[in-house]
Write a protein that binds this ligand. Structure first.
Ligand code: 5GP
Ligand code: 5GP
Length: 271
């Protein structure tokens, strides 16, 4: 006959199993314990700036594709955010499964490639692809608007196609160049005129590196939140950019090294 203490232990064990099952079932699709996000942020990266950092090549790095390397802004991620400037991360146990997005892989290779050779951390202590990182860290928090991996990647692509910042900048005369610098205010205005919202912009060493656009949950553009207040002209306040920025043209990694070596050779003036 079971003692009362072993019966209690059995009951607790059954309850623990039930709770664990509920967490696994719920965690896979209900955003875990984190509260629902307020809006989306689409982060886009400029390959001309990122690819300057490539020191060695590998098959996963789109900077190493030579003449087929991306020549327009590519997607970094679609990020659910809170209005107070914070954001949820790693919201469920759903692990990245490339099979779920097999029909999108060609488009993702082109418009959402990794521009680095390093593998990325995933939410469960492992390492994975750039897509695995973005889905597990950010994608899982986009519930209930985007309910699965396929919708997350497809929606990010569609929003990116609709709000084509490369075209807006090109049409305004801001073309990739390794000699020109452009006024940050002009770049911001070009995007404001096109989409009626203010982008956030990040730079590295004076070169434009990322552009962020924010959206309501129905994907209509809105201002991004900074800290606990919504500011109409956040780009200039939060920006890591100088007043004049470069928009570097792509230089293949081998060539960049040669150019760097050439430019670091002391110039001897012949009188
Ligand atoms: P960084 O420090 O390079 O700006 O950001 C590092 C990482 O933090 C980003 O790649 C992204 O995963 C996350 N992150 C930075 N800023 C934001 C933000 O405004 N919203 C969200 N959701 N994630 C962000
Ligand atoms: P986040 O900054 O989005 O949280 O993290 C990005 C992670 O993905 C980092 O671990 C970074 O090394 C890796 N990663 C792989 N490819 C890329 C890329 O093209 N851009 C950025 N920003 N990170 C990448």
């Amino acid at each position: 006959m079971a003692s009362s203490s072993s019966l209690l232990r059995l009951t607790l064990l059954a309850a623990a199993i039930a709770v664990a099952a509920a967490v696994v079932a719920g965690g896979a699709d209900d955003g875990g314990n984190q509260r629902e996000f307020d809006y989306f942020q689409l982060a886009m990266q400029w390959p001309g700036t990122y690819c300057r950092r490539t020191r060695h090549c590998c098959s996963s790095n789109a900077c190493c594709r030579g003449s087929n390397a991306p020549a327009e802004f590519t997607i970094h991620g679609l990020w659910p955010d809170y209005n107070d400037g914070t954001w949820p991360a790693c919201c469920s146990r759903s692990r990245f499964n490339e099979k779920e997005i097999s029909t999108l892989v060609d488009a993702l290779e082109k418009y959402w490639p990794s521009l680095s050779c390093g593998s990325s951390s995933t939410c469960h202590g492992g390492k994975g692809s750039f897509w695995a990182h973005e889905w597990e860290k950010h994608g899982t928090c986009s519930f209930p608007v985007l309910r699965d991996e396929y919708s997350y990647f497809l929606t990010a692509l569609n929003v990116y196609f609709k709000y084509n910042v490369t075209k807006v900048l090109n049409d305004a005369g801001y073309l990739p160049s390794n000699t020109e610098k452009y006024p940050l205010g002009g770049i911001v205005s070009a995007i404001q005129n096109a989409f009626h919202v203010t982008p956030e912009i990040a730079c590295s060493n004076g070169a434009l590196e990322e552009i962020y656009l924010c959206f309501y949950k129905d994907f209509k553009p809105r201002e991004c939140a900074v800290g606990s207040i919504l500011l109409p002209d956040t780009s200039l306040l939060k920006s890591s950019c100088p007043k004049y920025v470069s928009l570097p043209a792509y230089v293949s990694p081998g060539q960049a090294k040669t150019e760097w070596i050439a430019s670091s050779v002391p110039q001897i003036e012949v009188l």
